[in-house]
Write a protein that binds this ligand. Structure first.
Ligand code: FAD
Ligand code: NAD
Length: 405
């Protein structure tokens, strides 16, 4: 008899947690597990702001999938997933069709542009290793080109960041460290460089603790970041952005680099597959299955769960994706063992830490507010813990962050 086949799409936080737990919980003869991912490596999405600014080399944020996957138990297929045929129980990939009995969709998020004109053409997005490398190199090229122009264009040295959520703020923190290094390297006066953040909401990090937000803003302003608050970005053009100031007024900011970091949606494959979704995210059942699809689990940023206390969706985070991966693996193992009473997932939010560049951060951990080096230390502990959860101590030694102060 053919073994049941479990296909996991995506080797990010959710996908790798599912697979590494399945390989522990299932015997080789119990099921066939196939992991499909676009690249032969996993990248730490939560470190991409560092690779984008150039404060951390992109090879530091990735590792080979085969370093953590037991290939005697899991078949790895490097391929791009194009579509899911839910009724036919098939995944269509760049390398051909793959049939499944159980499917785990863990394809992560894509940038949300809200239909704003010009963003796809003129803005960079912090999305993966390739885009991070492109942002870093583009910024560096602006500095190098500036010094070679007969009439140097100061606006070339302006970097506009759209969005002051956690991604935008963490990227600004890194830029605050990187820009002085670039100025030194290219003999450019720091005062020529502008780092501008455009945020639609009336505050940065909307909804986060006001005292910590105040600390973050002051820290970043000290590093030379200019904030335009309550001013939605309306359009991106070649070399500039338009931002709304009040009802009728529009201001143009000329910039050599535009980075869009103003929110995410799920993966387009979800929409293509026709699974019921909201902005490519599936409002999953408590057991992590897609409603009406008893053999399809959705974890990570492609899933949507409502926090019953606040009646708002939980934010898409690595913390939740990893916890879901663990429960997803247990639930699939339970189904294979003939149990239909599946575990219900409840996020266990331990806290949130937002870095502000090297050795500085803000955060709330187990209800306690932290700032400065203490928060930054905690952020590195969290980063190392994620490595440990997937690859154990050897992965922490290989890829971990140990420069604490
Ligand atoms: P991911 O980890 O993004 O993995 C998705 C995987 O699917 C990738 O390997 C990708 O290559 C693959 N893939 C995508 N499309 C295809 C396809 N069509 N075919 C094949 N493979 C595909 N969260 C926190 O909890 N704490 C933080 O500190 C934090 N910091 C962040 C910092 C930044 C800069 C960003 C951008 C996000 C941060 N987040 C943080 C959010 C967190 O990164 C995400 O919630 C998390 O990555 C979601 O995990 P996932 O498994 O759903 O997707
Ligand atoms: P977000 O939705 O958290 O923030 C997006 C920001 O962009 C908001 O402040 C929003 O007001 C602003 N915005 C929206 N439209 C705009 C416009 N037209 N012009 C200007 N600003 C606009 O998105 P994110 O920061 O990309 O984060 C995505 C997810 O990843 C979130 O769930 C976040 O919690 C998580 N994340 C967590 C961390 C961390 O824990 N350290 C770091 C990064 C990301």
């Amino acid at each position: 008899m053919r073994k049941p086949r479990i296909v996991v799409l995506g080797a990010g936080y959710g996908g790798l947690m599912t697979v590494t737990r399945l390989q522990k919980q299932l015997g080789t003869n119990e099921a066939e597990v196939i992991l499909i991912n676009k690249n032969d490596y996993h990248y730490e999405t939560t470190w991409l702001h560092e690779a984008s600014a150039g404060t951390l080399h992109h090879d530091r944020v990735r590792y080979d999938v085969k370093d953590v996957v037991n290939t005697s138990k899991v078949n790895f297929l490097q391929a791009t997933v194009d579509d899911i045929k839910v009724e036919e129980k098939k995944v269509l990939t760049s390398e051909g069709e793959v049939e499944f009995d159980y499917l785990v969709v863990a394809l992560g998020a894509e940038s949300e542009t809200f239909g704003i004109q010009g963003l796809h053409e003129h803005a960079f997005m912090i999305a993966n290793v390739n885009s991070a490398r492109q942002i870093r190199e583009h910024i560096e090229l602006q500095f190098a080109t500036y010094k070679n122009e007969e009439v140097p264009k100061d606006e070339r040295l302006t970097i506009v960041v759209g969005g002051a959520g956690f991604t935008g703020i963490e990227f600004l923190g890194e830029l605050g460290n990187r820009v002085p290094e670039l100025c030194k390297e290219y003999d450019i006066d720091r005062s020529k460089v502008r780092i501008v953040c455009v945020e639609a909401a009336p505050m940065i990090l909307p909804g986060f603790d006001p005292e910590l937000v105040k600390y973050a803003r002051a820290t970043l302003e000290k590093k030379g970041v200019e904030f335009h608050i309550g001013t939605p970005l309306k359009e991106a053009k070649a070399g500039s952005v338009l931002i709304a100031k009040g009802e009728d007024e529009v201001e143009e900011i000329k910039a050599g680099t535009i980075v869009w970091a103003a929110g995410v949606r799920g993966n387009r494959v979800i929409e293509k597959a026709g699974i019921e979704n909201m902005r490519a995210r599936v409002k999953i059942n408590k057991d992590l299955r897609a409603p009406g699809h008893d053999n399809i689990f959705i974890v990570g940023d492609c899933s949507l769960m409502i926090n019953e206390e606040t009646e708002r969706p939980y934010p898409p985070t690595a913390q939740i994706a990893m916890q879901q991966g663990e429960v997803c693996a247990r639930n699939i193992a339970a189904l294979l063992h003939g149990k239909n009473d599946l575990e219900e997932f409840t996020p266990d939010i331990k806290g949130t830490v937002c870095s502000l560049g090297e050795n500085d951060a803000i955060g709330v951990v187990y209800g306690k507010k932290l700032t400065g080096t203490k928060a930054s230390f905690m952020k590195k502990v969290v980063d190392n813990r994620a490595l440990y959860m997937v690859g154990g101590p050897s992965l922490v030694f290989k890829k971990g962050k140990f420069k604490f102060f």
